[in-house]
Design a protein. Structure first.
Length: 206
C-alpha cells in the first residue's frame, strides 16, 4: 500500500499550520484601567465669610431734621436743638447728613496733625498713639471706645476719667477745622505713654 501523503493534502496542512502560528509583530500592551477606588483630587475649602461689623447707636449733630434716614433709632434734644441717634458701624466722617464732633491734634506752631470724629456729647478719656478714646453713657449706648483717623470704632475696657480732669487749657491757634466754630477749646493733655500733646475740641452745647 502506498502510504505517501498526496501533495495537495500536504499543502493544506502546511497552510493551516502557518495560519495558526503566532505573528512576529507583538500587539501593543493594553493601558491598565484606573483603579475603581482611586480617590478624587481634594478641592480647596471655600473661603470663610467675613464677620459682620458691630453696630453702635451713637448721637450726632445733623444738617437738618431729616427723619427718613433708615439709620435713625430715636431723637434726643439739648440746648442746641434736636439730634438723631443712629445705627453706625464707624464714625461717619464724610456723611452728607451727620456731623460728628471733631477733635484735632496740633503742634506748637499751630499746624493740624490729626483729626478724629466722635459721637456728640461723648466724653474724651484718653489718647493712645493715634487712637482717640471716648466714653458714651446714655440710654442708647454705654461703654468706652477707641477710634482712629479713618473713623473705625472698637470697644475697649477703660475706667479712665475725663480728660477735662487733668488737661491744661491753653490759647487756641487758628485751626482750619474750627474756622466756623466759636466753641473751640484747646488743651495740653498727657497720652497713654505720658507724653504731652495738644488737642482741640468743641465744648458741650448749652
Amino acid at each position: 500500500m502506498n502510504r505517501s501523503i498526496p501533495a495537495m493534502t500536504l499543502c493544506l496542512v502546511l497552510a493551516a499550520c502557518k495560519a495558526g502560528a503566532p505573528s512576529d509583530t507583538a500587539a501593543p500592551a493594553a493601558t491598565p484601567a484606573p483603579a475603581a477606588n482611586t480617590a478624587p483630587a481634594a478641592q480647596p475649602a471655600p473661603a470663610a465669610a467675613p464677620a459682620p461689623k458691630a453696630v453702635y447707636q451713637f448721637s450726632f449733630a445733623a444738617k437738618s431734621e431729616e427723619s427718613k434716614d433708615p439709620r435713625i433709632v430715636d431723637w434726643g434734644e439739648d440746648g442746641c436743638g434736636r439730634y438723631p441717634i443712629v445705627k453706625v458701624d464707624s464714625i461717619p466722617l464724610s456723611d452728607p447728613w451727620l456731623l460728628p464732633d471733631s477733635v484735632v491734634e496740633f503742634d506748637a506752631k499751630g499746624q493740624e496733625l490729626t483729626r478724629w470724629g466722635k459721637p456728640m456729647g461723648s466724653d474724651l478719656i484718653g489718647l493712645d498713639g493715634q487712637r482717640l478714646q471716648f466714653r458714651v453713657d446714655d440710654k442708647w449706648q454705654r461703654g468706652a471706645f477707641a477710634t482712629d483717623a479713618s473713623g473705625a470704632v472698637e470697644p475697649i475696657t477703660s475706667q479712665a476719667a475725663s480728660l477735662y480732669d487733668t488737661a491744661k487749657m491753653i490759647d487756641c491757634p487758628k485751626l482750619p477745622s474750627f474756622a466756623q466754630s466759636d466753641a473751640e477749646q484747646c488743651f495740653v493733655i498727657k497720652d497713654a505713654g505720658g507724653a504731652e500733646r495738644r488737642l482741640a475740641w468743641e465744648g458741650p452745647c448749652t
